[in-house]
Design a protein around this ligand. Structure first.
Ligand SMILES: O=P(O)(O)OC[C@H]1O[C@H](O[C@H]2O[C@H](CO)[C@@H](O)[C@H](O)[C@H]2O)[C@H](O)[C@@H](O)[C@@H]1O
Length: 525
């Protein structure tokens, strides 16, 4: 299964519309359908077997239903399955009495069983999908529901979900328009047409093998396989771009940058004295900056060595909750400095991410900036080689031009060179930090986006988890802003600007005390 992050994929693919299959994605009626089919076919095969003096294998929901029936129009399902048992029946007509020995008669019997079961059990919905659709609609996504079932409208009405969809293409409409059934993409394409989007602007959510095949065949931008029954591999093989067991909770979102509240860092309350309050009874997912947070700021970046005490603190914390280091440093460099295998690492300000079990991904899309970074690095090295104390530090997706050790009267010269080089590359933009000017990919990606990305990827974007970010620098402000009102942000020491953080810690030593207290608190719970 390819690595996935649903919200990131929807954004990066500029998707405008979401098309959901009904049974198995929105409502739990796939199971009801499966049982109705099984009851009808098992009875029929038994009676037919007695008549012919042979034994027919009953319908298997795990194999036969998925392969020959699931997601397919009713009479096609009857025909498909019977053929798999080498049985051919006359087609009959839709008005055939339920149980008549025709394709239509057996299909009609299945339908009456389905309604019987529905009346007994009602319609249960998948609350993850419903919550997702409600929020995504508020965010401006257009939505459609599709179903091969002629009962689609009745099911939606019974579940109170009709208002969630602008467009419905169901078995009734499909028959009217003579749309072919899945795996033909016709039903999805009709939904996209009615939503006035191209397939390349829409994502399909499907639980059936024939459904993901249809999504793929239709050229949709994203085919999400929804695996409710343990068939993740098959969904991928049949065309799902990503497979999800549950639809992620979209409650957390990047805030509007204009609405971020900032204040003087000196006025913030101490995080140390408010641990219980800031956890709000939830489990934290902890995100930590490196320089100035886990180690002191020192003159030489290579000498910012993690203390054994801090390493042990991190190790113990990572045993009770997820921990990530989110740094401006090169990802491989910060991994080497921390040397803990059970942590996640986001380097180059979040463009380069790794984690346990060989996880490695570059979600910000910065690869295209590498040639510009290479050229800028060569020019900076050349033009700054005579300036004593100037240091050009290359990271995979950024260049830090350090001037901490440059004589005061030469700092402006270093900054001029850095800005002049920057001006030559539209692929790069400036990023200020502590006695450093960085050249970064000119993309809408930063530590805050990386934190969101990790929350989604690790399935941590859910109500029981509270993200907690600790950092000292201007680049950490992106993460503070992203978490405002949705998590806890802690500023270590101070920097030159106002902060979006909600709490403060005085020093690296206080960070360690705080993390130890946090570990202690979590172990107690
Ligand atoms: O996001 P961070 O983990 O805080 O990394 C930010 C930058 O940290 C390093 O530079 C800073 O720390 C150095 C060592 O203490 C110090 O000499 C320098 O003045 C600081 O700017 C690192 O070298 C950079 O690559 C990071 O971007």
């Amino acid at each position: 299964m390819p690595p996935h992050n649903l919200f990131f994929l929807l954004e990066s693919k500029q998707i405008k519309a979401l098309i959901f299959d009904l049974d198995g994605v929105i409502t739990q009626t796939a199971r009801v359908h499966a049982h109705a089919w099984k009851r009808m076919f098992d009875d029929y095969l038994r009676q037919r077997g007695q008549r012919e003096g042979k034994v027919y294998e009953p319908l298997s929901i795990a194999t036969d239903y998925r392969r020959y029936i699931d997601g397919i129009p009713r009479y096609d399902g009857v025909r498909n399955f019977l053929l798999s048992r080498s049985i051919s029946l006359p087609e009959g007509t839709p008005t055939d009495a339920p149980g008549k020995e025709t394709v239509a008669g057996l299909g009609n019997l299945k339908n009456s069983y389905f309604h019987e079961l529905l009346q007994q059990g009602g319609v249960e919905v998948y609350s993850d999908t419903v919550a997702f659709i409600k929020v995504m609609r508020q965010r401006g996504y257009r939505t459609a529901v599709i179903s091969a079932s002629k009962n689609c409208q009745a099911i939606l009405a019974a579940a109170g979900l009709e208002a969630l969809f602008e467009v419905r293409v169901d078995g009734v409409l499909a028959a009217e328009l003579r749309l072919k059934g899945k795996p033909d993409p016709a039903i999805f394409l009709e939904a996209a047409r009615r939503l006035e989007v191209e397939p390349a602007e829409a994502a399909v959510f499907e639980d059936a093998l024939a459904g993901v095949e249809a999504g793929k065949a239709g050229g949709f931008a994203l085919v999400v396989g929804v695996d409710r029954t343990g068939q993740a591999e098959e969904l991928s093989e049949h065309g799902a771009d990503v497979v999800l067991q549950t639809i992620p909770n979209p409650t957390m979102k990047n805030p509007n940058p204009n609405q971020v509240q900032k204040q003087d860092g000196k006025n913030l309350p101490s995080a140390l004295h408010n641990i219980k309050e800031l956890l709000q009874g939830k489990t934290p997912a902890v995100f930590l900056d490196y320089d100035g947070c886990l180690t002191h700021i020192v003159k030489d970046p290579d000498k910012a060595i993690l203390s054994e005490g801090m390493r042990s603190t991190l190790q113990q914390l990572a045993e009770v909750c997820p921990v990530a280091v989110v740094s401006g440093r090169d990802r491989a460099n910060v991994e080497k400095l921390v040397q803990l295998k059970n942590l996640y690492y986001a380097g180059s300000h979040g463009f380069d991410i790794s984690g346990p079990n060989n996880m490695h991904t570059e979600p910000g899309g910065a690869a295209a900036a590498i040639p510009a970074l290479d050229k800028a690095q060569a020019e900076l090295n050349e033009r700054l080689k005579e300036v004593e104390g100037a240091l050009v530090e290359r990271k995979r997706y950024a260049i830090a031009v350090h001037y901490r050790n440059v004589a005061e009267d030469q700092v402006s010269q270093v900054l001029e060179v850095a800005n002049d080089v920057l001006s030559k590359y539209k692929e790069l933009k400036p990023g200020p930090g502590k006695k450093v000017l960085e050249l970064k990919p000119n993309l809408d990606w930063h530590k805050g986006k990386a934190v969101y990305w990790l929350l989604e990827e690790l399935h941590l974007n859910k109500p029981g988890i509270i993200p907690l970010y600790i950092g000292d620098d201007l680049t950490d402000e992106d993460a503070f802003a992203a978490l405002q009102g949705q998590g806890v942000s802690i500023l270590v020491g101070e920097h030159d600007e106002q902060t979006a953080a909600g709490y403060r810690l005085e020093s690296v030593e206080e960070v360690q005390v705080f993390l130890e207290a946090l570990t202690h608190q979590l172990k107690k719970e």
